[in-house]
Design a protein around this ligand. Structure first.
Ligand code: FAD
Ligand code: MLT
Ligand code: ZN
Length: 439
């Protein structure tokens, strides 16, 4: 994000778990801070040192340890790139249970450390469910071997869950055991243009009812997000006729067992949507080929890159009731306008996109530069809006260095007290990713 810059002089790139253990033991004895770094694609500054910490890159720990094609259980080093694991299991007709726009760079260890959500959560659930085991090096160098491949194991506290989403503050994940689902025999997608955001929720209900078990994604981008994606060459633009009068777009993906059956269901859905008395959608474009399928996904996945090419982004990754998505984006825009900040020299765009199926809105504010007056207009404004709805100030990106001050908007004092005690138990010298998650 380019918002944080430390003064580190050292990057270590261990090749084995044992080397990670020796590094942590050495640093712990000398009270030297360590920042675990995966693919460095995180969006909250978690992988960036804030002072002079040692950067511990996992990129050389990048081997698949085992894969069982019967159970679909994959055991891989933490530094394996997500896309390379997808490629690894593909010939066995399996897929990774997680997918996200950063798949070409992010590591599975980074995904687990951030408890990344992504585009498949609606279908396959969160990593808290699909991660079966972890190998973790603790701050004092001890190796916590919980690399089980068991589906069931109720032998007391499930310690691995603490490291999922801990953002490197409790230990370094060196290997992951993960359940990979069978690859769907067929996947299709359609992009729907909606005249009003008000139609998104009834549309979601209709789509769930009609597609039932084959629905695998329901993602939304507003018109501003769509325009930015297209302007920055992400995916192929729809025709002028298709986008005319569209306030937002919804991407629906199906994944199922029989192509003819799934395509028929999707085509029936589109037909019934378009022929309704009061249609919820203006139009829909069904992918007709693998390249169209990718191009439709690129319009959605490419928003992040388009936003960062356009300017400096303030990114709010929030969980709020679906019914508030549009109001929060519009209110934030009006709030910035009322402060005189919505113009060429300050905020250029306020946009919303995200994972409707997960209740997760990405509210992005794009400016020419990071300016204190924009930040003070946005915070605590956005956090107060989220807290008033008992939402989450970080649905899937984590807290990192960027949101430590905002944690109390989503966590009670009792929760934060317990989090600090857990941190102190695992890392009494405070060497693990200092300044992240907890202030
Ligand atoms: P890094 O950025 O290197 O690190 C992230 C955090 O994890 C840091 O705190 C770091 O210290 C810690 N960490 C990394 N590796 C380890 C390890 N082995 N052990 C302990 N701690 C570790 N996120 C979503 O949830 N959903 C999305 O859809 C999504 N899409 C994205 C799309 C794009 C284009 C981009 C750039 C980012 C996106 N993200 C998304 C953000 C997401 O958090 C990261 O992409 C990913 O999960 C981080 O993995 P990484 O390997 O890059 O970790
Ligand atoms: C996404 O859903 O595209 C990611 O979480 C990244 C982002 O928020 O930009
Ligand atoms: Zn997201």
């Amino acid at each position: 994000m380019g918002r944080f810059r430390g003064r580190s002089s050292t990057v270590l790139k261990p090749k084995t778990t044992q080397e990670v253990s020796e590094i942590l033991k050495w640093c712990n004895e000398r009270r030297i801070g360590v920042v675990p770094q995966g693919g460095n694609t995180g969006l909250v500054g978690g992988s960036v040192p804030v002072n002079d910490e040692v950067v511990l890159s996992l990129s050389n720990l990048n081997k698949v340890r085992s894969f069982d094609p019967v159970s679909g259980i994959l055991v891989a080093d933490a530094g394996c790139i997500l896309q390379s694991l997808t490629d690894y299991v593909a010939p066995h007709n399996h897929i990774m249970p997680i997918d996200l726009g950063a798949k070409g760079s992010c590591h599975i260890g980074g995904n687990v450390a951030t408890n990344a959500g992504g585009l498949r959560l609606l279908r396959y659930g969160s990593l808290h469910g699909s991660v079966l085991g972890l190998e973790v090096v603790l701050a004092d160098g001890r190796i916590l071997d919980q690399l089980t491949t068991l589906r069931k194991d109720n032998t007391g506290y499930d310690l691995k869950q603490l490291f999922i989403g801990a953002e490197g503050t409790l230990g370094v994940i060196t290997a992951v055991s993960i359940l990979t689902p069978p690859a769907p025999q067929a996947s299709s997608n359609v992009i729907l243009a909606l005249p009003s955001f008000d139609n998104v929720l009834p549309l979601y209900q209709t789509v769930k009812r009609q597609l039932s078990e084959i629905l695998s994604a329901f993602e939304f981008i507003d018109r501003t997000a769509y325009n930015l994606a297209v302007n920055h060459g992400q995916g192929r633009a729809l025709s002028d006729e298709d986008v005319e009068g569209a306030e937002c777009f919804v991407l629906v993906e199906t994944s199922g067992g029989r192509r003819e059956h799934d395509e028929e269901k999707l085509a029936d859905l589109l037909e019934s949507l378009l022929s309704a008395d009061k249609p919820l959608v203006n139009t829909g474009v069904l992918s007709q080929s693998p390249s169209q399928f990718s191009s439709i996904w690129a319009l959605r996945e490419g928003v992040t890159e388009a936003v960062s090419k356009e300017g400096k982004a303030y990114k709010y990754d929030i969980s709020i009731p679906l019914s508030s998505f549009k109001r929060v984006v519009d209110d934030t825009r009006e709030h910035l306008r009322s402060k005189g900040l919505l113009h060429d020299k300050a905020v250029k765009y306020v946009l919303g996109y995200g994972h409707v199926g997960d209740g997760n809105l990405h509210l992005n504010i794009v400016a020419d530069a990071y300016l204190p007056e924009i930040e003070s207009a946005l915070e605590p404004y956005v956090y107060e809006v989220v807290a008033a709805q008992r939402g989450s100030i970080s649905a899937e990106h984590g807290i990192g260095a960027m949101k430590t001050h905002a944690l109390p908007y989503s966590k009670s004092a009792v929760s934060i007290d317990l989090m600090k005690k857990i941190k102190n138990t695992f890392d009494p010298n405070g060497i693990m990713n200092p300044g992240k998650v907890l202030e």
